[in-house]
Design a protein around this ligand. Structure first.
Ligand code: RB5
Length: 147
């Protein structure tokens, strides 16, 4: 699995920790920045990851991190085919893959601690969409709203 990741200046430390964690697990990680804590705007980085996930046609998932995870997810969800979910617990991270086929996980560095953040990432990347008819039908309805 390939994971595209980005943050803003408020979440650089958590991004680095997640990149290291995933790389050690042998996963391919594409770090789309930033690389310094110079203040930047989260929409610019959400756009980079959203476009990468869009172009991959399901081959990769994204992780976005800002102070709350909220600005990143609001931005990412403007892009067609993107289903970004802010998660602060492992149950939500699992369920948003299983039921919503979320393709971007958004986390708030100012909301969750490092240990929980890594567990949330694990729950997200190890859970597949259920593909059950009722869930597929609902995701299809979301897609239809984009037209
Ligand atoms: C930056 O101060 C902060 O607003 C940003 O990281 C994020 O929390 C926005 O949703």
């Amino acid at each position: 699995m390939t994971i595209a990741i980005a943050s803003d200046h408020a979440a650089l430390k958590l991004k680095s920790a997640i990149v290291e964690y995933l790389t050690k697990k042998g996963l391919e990680v594409v770090d789309l920045g930033p690389q310094t804590e110079i203040p930047c705007d989260y929409p610019d980085y959400a756009e980079k990851v959203a476009k990468k996930v869009q172009k991959s046609s399901g081959a990769l998932v994204g992780i976005l991190i800002c102070g709350t995870g909220i600005g990143m997810s609001i931005t990412a969800n403007k892009f067609k085919g993107i289903r970004a979910a802010v998660c602060s617990d492992t149950f939500s991270a699992r369920m948003t893959r299983l039921h919503n086929d979320a393709n971007i996980l958004s986390i708030g560095e100012r909301v969750v601690g490092l240990g929980l953040a890594l567990d949330i990432v694990d729950a997200f990347i190890t859970t597949e969409f259920s593909s059950e008819e009722r869930h597929q039908k609902r995701v299809d309805k979301i897609t239809k709203l984009e037209k």
